[in-house]
Design a protein around this ligand. Structure first.
Ligand code: SF4
Ligand code: SF4
Ligand code: SF4
Length: 563
């Protein structure tokens, strides 16, 4: 069938209309090969604008469409839908951006018009080489894998599990609950962390739609949103291992954070001076009643040292100040008249509730001391804490107990987890979210979500909120019985040209390419490929091509643009 191309230029009100000579553009393109109509419209994305396109597609029997308007990010889909509604394959369409790339940036009208003509002609020449592409629909598996059985993992699992959605909850320890299971009161509510974790464990264990894999780790995850194949490796009592294969549509990572150990604490006397403990050790003593509680003793003077290891890890862990404020309150309740000092560098107190909580600790007797350096030493009368104040003055405290508040760090195995899931790490070694503000619960890979402290230290409350937000994202996108339409502008490899060099595997950020050693060629999984084009550029044998961005299409477009 002969090509009949329609070219339409949008005025975008004054945005384009006042800065580009639109009639000159129409005159310049109307005689190009296969162009049967060149027309203008005020606001092409409006209802009347779309109707204008549809009417002309019908009356002029157009086979291809070119629109000169704004950024494809803004309206490419709008006009592709117009094509679909009018019976044109949406890939026989080209949008050229003359607003952001011309009208808004090229001040001289003559120059802007000349630039617009070049872009319009390039788009028309390109569309002549477009091929129709067909969307495919894939059935989704609505089941979900949750990695990590702490409170965040359990909260996500409980929100997700239903008769239509089985959840596989994988925990490397023998029991669920994570760090919170061993905690006493948690700030700011002072509800018992242990009791909260225990009630979540009861709910998880009583839920028919949650399969708990204890003593287990996830060893393989391959696939894509809607269809992941997973291997869970469990430890057996006889020391052997058991591999269980499960299929899921999404993965929630809730692997939490750990407390820093080692030199930064040892430098402050941990392990060598009696009475120097970490905040986690104090938490355990408060929870089991060996400090405070009935019969438990309580130190008369305590110094909390904040930010231990902060310089080594290079970031603020955000939750330690409030944790120390909570522990200070508990110690002050346990021993009336006790002296409790919190030696801090910067206070991290996010939100009004936390602010009020900290003020409560100060009212109860906690003494906040801003310091620039701290040294801890042992003596026969107690522990000496020498520190420099903000103004450079040196001070010394004599206390019964020193509580070191160390940085929170990614749990062991995070690097391997990132590699397996193909998720990036942030500079501090936690899993990187897609966007800190806009997508804090999504990883950069479709179908993989980050809950709790997996992407950085979080309080118990924030972890649960984020876990539920993750579950919300899964529930709204992975709907039982629905299908997904994967991107079709993806790459493919021509086996006859592939030399098996595997360069493409190194540049694919999405793990979409696998090497087949039996045939010495690589393959692209079209469902995972995001069409970024990295592999196309990297392949030394020109064996890779990207649908809708073929060499021929790009060449024709560029030739016309620079003519
Ligand atoms: S299609 Fe784009 S350029 Fe045209 S009116 Fe809409 S926003 Fe403006
Ligand atoms: S880079 Fe090209 S030649 Fe090398 S394995 Fe990939 S497709 Fe084959
Ligand atoms: S186009 Fe990008 S995402 Fe697709 S296989 Fe190539 S490098 Fe990977």
């Amino acid at each position: 069938m002969a090509r009949r191309i329609g070219f339409f230029i949008c005025e975008c009100g004054p945005n384009i209309g006042e800065n580009v000579d639109i009639d000159a553009v129409l005159n310049a393109v109307e005689d190009m090969d296969d162009v049967v109509l060149a027309a203008r419209f005020g606001l092409m994305c409006s209802g009347p604008g779309k109707d204008f396109l549809k009417t002309n597609i019908k009356t002029e029997k157009l086979t291809h469409l070119v629109v000169a308007a704004c950024s494809p990010k803004q309206h490419e889909l709008t006009f592709m839908e117009v094509c679909e509604d009018s019976g044109i394959n949406p890939f026989l369409f080209q949008l050229t951006n003359i607003r952001e790339q011309v009208a808004w940036v090229t001040k001289d009208k003559e120059e802007a018009t000349e630039k617009t003509i070049r872009l319009a002609k390039a788009a028309i020449r390109r569309v002549r080489y477009h091929d129709p592409l067909s969307k495919t629909a894939l059935a989704v598996n609505a089941d979900v894998l949750v990695i990590g059985g702490g409170v965040a993992g359990m909260a996500a699992a409980l929100r997700l599990a239903s008769p239509e959605r089985r959840v596989h909850l994988v925990e490397r320890a023998s029991s669920l609950g994570g760090r919170v299971a061993a905690q006493g009161p948690i700030y700011p509510t002072m509800a018992s962390g242990g009791e909260m974790a225990a009630s979540l464990v009861d709910l998880v264990e009583g839920n028919d739609w949650i399969v708990v894999h204890r003593y287990s780790e996830v060893s393989v995850v391959v696939g894509f949103f809607g269809n992941f194949e997973v291997v869970v490796t469990g430890e057996l009592e006889d020391g052997g291992t058991l591999e269980t294969k499960v299929n899921v549509g999404a993965v929630v990572v809730a692997t939490g954070a750990e407390v820093l150990e080692g030199k930064p604490l040892e430098d402050l006397g941990h392990g060598s001076i009696d009475g120097v403990v970490s905040s986690a050790e104090l938490e355990a003593m408060l929870a089991d009643g060996s400090i405070g509680g009935k019969g438990g003793k309580a130190p008369k003077s305590v110094a909390f040292v904040q930010c231990v290891g902060r310089d080594e890890v290079g970031y603020c862990s955000e939750i330690c100040c409030m944790n120390s404020a909570k522990q200070a309150r508990l110690l002050l309740e346990a021993a009336k008249g006790a002296k409790v000092h919190i030696l801090y560098r910067d206070l991290c107190v996010p939100g009004r509730d936390q602010q009020a909580f900290l003020e409560g600790a100060v009212k109860a007797g906690a003494n906040l001391v801003r310091t620039t350096s701290v040294e801890v030493g042992g003596s026969k009368d107690g522990i000496t804490v020498s520190h420099s104040l903000d103004d450079g003055k040196a001070e010394k405290l004599m206390v019964d107990m020193v509580v070191l508040s160390p940085a929170m760090v990614p749990p062991k195995g995070t690097e391997g987890m990132a590699e397996m899931l193909n998720v990036e790490l942030d500079p501090s070694g936690f899993l990187l979210e897609a966007h800190e503000k806009l997508e804090p619960m999504a990883a950069g890979i479709d179908g993989i979500y980050l809950a709790g402290s997996a992407s950085g230290p979080r309080s118990v409350g924030d972890s649960i909120v984020q876990a539920e937000a993750c579950a919300g994202r899964v529930l709204s996108s992975l709907i039982p019985g629905r299908t997904i339409e994967p991107e079709i502008r993806v790459s493919h490899i021509l086996e006859t040209l592939c030399t098996g060099c595997q360069t493409c595997l190194e540049v694919c950020c999405y793990g979409a390419i696998v090497y087949d050693p039996t045939k010495n060629v690589s393959h692209i999984n079209a469902a995972i490929c995001r069409g970024c084009g990295n592999c196309v550029a990297a392949c030394p044998s020109n064996a890779i091509s990207l649908y809708h961005f073929t060499y021929k299409q790009l060449y024709q477009e560029i030739v016309e643009a620079i003519r």
